[in-house]
Write a protein that binds this ligand. Structure first.
Ligand code: MSP
Length: 753
């Protein structure tokens, strides 16, 4: 991988802006922590740094989530954006700015970008013709006459007027750009995928919608709103001041643009590596210097809880092990760019091994011994023996290796280097045992050895601490004080990493008081974290049932491929009627149109129990307290399960009786605004089922529809009504269910095997 970013005295890096339809979770925290570490290191190298994060607040999905939560989109986005703010504060994120796409500065800047693209002839008005299902109110992929896979009725051919961006004009220019800038995108898998996508041919891209109202109006034509991805990507420049006349904004934009690193999740590389540079080229603005894609954080289902989803909140880890433990784990455990598994077990092991018993223990031993033997004042090391020379050489090698590895975003190996130094220093201490005076050694000789060993070990700690500061800012600040140095944050502002060299800890320095760093995690740490997660999931479900605004936590499903249509429902880009036919072998983003109301790539099939996401309690009436999580997936945990992470036997599967049924009656349940009462026909019998889908489906549109039912589920009571079974549905990122159905005719009662 080539080194990310530039070294020209200023540095601009960004996280993706997070959708506010979901509460922040560990997946979001991951990219933000990575950026924070990079920003801290750049500043500590004396580079003027601007670190931006924010929230992506427009689009139909957010509009729907707000509706489901019973509030206005603005109220909804305010609440969730506040949660992101709160989490970043808690994690000590050092961002310089936080942009919300609903802010006036962003609206103004995005409209300016749109108008510039139109004025420069890159946006034109065209029409899109496609197949439309009136029942779904969605576009369906396919030729005229295509039958809606959900409703089984023929679609209609409908035309919609849209603005299109001339993406097709950028095919060659983009390929030339990638060629001329080999470091523009990484990892290699992303680069290959993006290049092959562009080589496959680019079609013009719809950049407006008339079907969505929660968005930024197209300047001069307010029936349209700007396509969410054009709106979202623009944040990287609008936050700097693009589109503003204020000289301060203009100066900031001039100073920091182009961005050095856009850090993103791998599933959104096409938006950042194809559309974004094309929009910028068209607007006459330089393209970003690099886009770096991180892999997915996967969740160790087995370790957490057998039969529920696995979203973990960053707060849980912070509460039990502290912020630095989380930061260290994520950067050390997961090679950047690859998928990585998260489990409480692995976290606690790393914490105890590397932080409590490793670094923390080393610091405590050395600082305590300097206090004990030298009244807290760093002694003069005296003459270096082979042992000290060896440790110094090791430290110099670590300094030389750490920086370039870190700057290539190879955090894991960089930390490994540093922790080898921790281990060597530990070994050096043990080998020289300054606490043990052999009889044959004179007092004076022993004191000399103690001075040499402790001064050398303390210096090694200083090197580790300074280097690790961007990753362990809290612990490094404590150790810095214990080493008798000034405040580390101030030192970082002065660029203290610029010339980190062996020998900076001067004899005569008075050390600070020893203070615990990483207390060993006991056996119950895992249980405590699991309990916190369970409690949180329960309370999220409960507040949802009481009508509070609760956005389900969500994360993309664990997958190593880049989904064809990742992100938001409104990601689906339309192409104009004249566009070339779709090649089914290629990723289909520009051709795939609103097939389902959210990316199936990030959804999973689940049974819709008697209550839907963000809904009435999921605990069956007869369930024991606390059993909710085991019996049902909570709304907050529905989408993060790593596929295939828990295997079952064919016999296990055979126990579940899945059958085709048809909805005969569908009606709302009085005083339960999330529930529908369904009467379904299984061919051999009729049943009543309660389903938590009222926010997502109009009852009258469900009548006649064929669905899949879990037929052998024990009956249970909800709101005084008995429910006999569950419906199968895909559960999307925002918790919305999409009922499973059939393309072909199937008889009622047929069993699914
Ligand atoms: N709003 C868009 C980004 C627009 S940027 C102009 C979006 N939002 S998101 O909330 O769905 O995702 C934001 C980022 O969080 C993405 O980079 C995504 O990859 C990351 N993650 C969300 N869950 C994740 C994991 N489980 N693991 C790692 N990163 C994940 O896409």
């Amino acid at each position: 991988m080539t080194q990310a970013g530039s070294d020209i005295g200023r540095f601009y890096l960004t996280t993706p802006i997070y959708y506010v339809n979901a509460r922040p979770h560990l997946g979001h925290a991951y990219s933000t922590i990575v950026c924070d570490a990079i920003a801290r290191r750049k500043r500590a190298l004396g580079i003027e740094t601007w670190f931006l994060t924010g929230t992506d607040e427009h689009g139909q999905k957010i509009e729907r989530s707000a509706k489901a939560a019973g509030c206005t989109p603005q109220e909804f986005t305010d609440k969730i954006a506040g949660e992101f703010h709160g989490l970043w504060d808690r994690l000590g994120i050092s961002n310089d700015d936080f942009i919300r796409t609903t802010e006036a500065r962003h609206v103004r800047g995005s409209q300016h970008l749109f108008a510039t693209l139109r004025d420069r002839g890159y946006i034109y008005k065209g029409s899109y013709t496609g197949q439309y299902c009136v029942s779904c109110e969605e576009w369906i992929d396919g030729p005229p006459g295509t039958v809606c896979p959900i409703h089984g009725i023929p679609t209609e051919t409908v035309s919609e007027e849209n603005y299109f961006f001339k993406l097709s004009a950028f095919e060659r220019k983009l390929l030339e750009f990638y060629d001329a800038n080999p470091g523009f995108m990484a990892p290699e898998s992303t680069r290959r995928e993006v290049i092959s996508f562009v080589r496959g041919g680019l079609k013009d891209l719809s950049v407006s919608r008339t079907s969505v109202s929660w968005g930024i109006p197209v300047p001069g034509d307010e029936r349209h709103v700007i396509y969410v991805w054009l709106d979202a990507l623009a944040n990287y420049i609008t936050a700097l001041g693009y589109g503003s006349d204020d000289p301060k904004d203009k100066a900031r934009f001039e100073k920091f643009w182009p961005a050095d690193i856009h850090l993103i999740g791998k599933e959104i590389s096409r938006f950042h590596c194809v559309y974004w540079p094309a929009f910028l080229m068209a607007a006459g603005i330089p393209a970003p210097r690099s886009v770096r894609a991180n892999g997915w954080l996967l969740f160790d289902q087995g370790k957490m809880s057998k039969s529920r989803g696995n979203i973990v909140r960053a707060e849980t880890v912070v509460e039990v092990l502290g912020v630095d433990a989380l930061r260290y784990f994520l950067l050390r455990e997961i090679p950047f760019g690859q998928d990585g598994n998260f489990s409480f077990d692995a976290l606690v092991q790393r914490y105890n091994g590397d932080l409590a018993n490793g670094y923390g223990n080393l610091v405590s031993r050395v600082v305590n011994m300097v206090h004990k033997y030298f009244l807290g004042v760093v002694p003069s090391a005296g003459e270096e023996t082979r042992a000290e020379a060896g440790l110094r050489a090791r430290a110099e090698a670590a300094i030389a290796a750490f920086g370039p590895m870190f700057d290539e975003l190879n955090f894991s190996d960089a930390l490994k280097e540093l922790w080898n130094l921790v281990a060597e220093t530990d070994g050096y201490l043990t080998a020289n045992a300054p606490w043990k005076k052999p009889q044959e050694r004179s007092d004076a000789e022993h004191e000399k050895l103690q001075a040499r060993v402790l001064a050398t070990a303390a210096e090694a700690i200083r090197i580790v601490t300074a280097s690790a500061y961007p990753i362990l800012p809290e612990a490094a600040a404590k150790v810095w004080r214990q080493l008798g140095q000034c405040e580390i944050a101030g030192a970082a502002k002065e660029g203290f990493l610029k010339d980190l060299k062996w020998g900076g800890l001067k004899a005569g320095t008075r050390l600070g008081e020893p203070a615990p760093l990483f207390p060993r995690a006991e056996m119950d740490a895992i249980e405590r974290m699991q309990k916190l997660e369970d409690e949180n999931n329960r309370s999220a479900v409960e507040s949802a049932s009481q009508g509070e605004i609760v956005a389900p936590s969500s994360a993309p499903a664990a997958t190593s491929v880049v989904p064809a249509n990742a992100g938001n429902e409104t990601n689906g880009a339309l192409t104009p009627t004249s566009a070339a036919p779709i090649d089914p072998a290629r990723p289909v983003d520009t051709a795939k149109v609103h097939q389902v109301p959210a990316p199936l790539a990030s959804s999973r099939l689940s049974a819709v129990p008697s209550a839907g996401p963000a809904n009435a309690p999921l605990v069956p009436a007869e369930a024991k307290p606390g059993a909710a999580a085991q019996n049902e997936q909570s709304a907050a945990t529905q989408t993060l399960q790593a596929p295939g992470s828990q295997q079952i036997s064919i016999d296990d599967f055979a126990k579940v009786e899945l059958r085709v049924a048809q909805i005969l009656v569908a009606e709302r349940v009085p005083k339960a605004d999330k529930l529908l009462r369904l009467e379904v026909d299984l061919g051999f019998e009729k049943r009543q089922i309660l389903a938590g889908i009222a926010q997502y489906y109009e009852p009258e549109k469900l009548v006649g529809r064929k669905i899949i039912v879990v037929a052998n589920l024990a009956p249970r009571k909800m709101r005084g009504l008995e429910s006999n079974g569950m419906l199968l549905a895909a559960s999307l990122e925002d918790g919305a269910p999409v009922l499973a159905g059939f393309l072909e005719e199937v008889p009622l009662g047929a069993r699914l095997k």
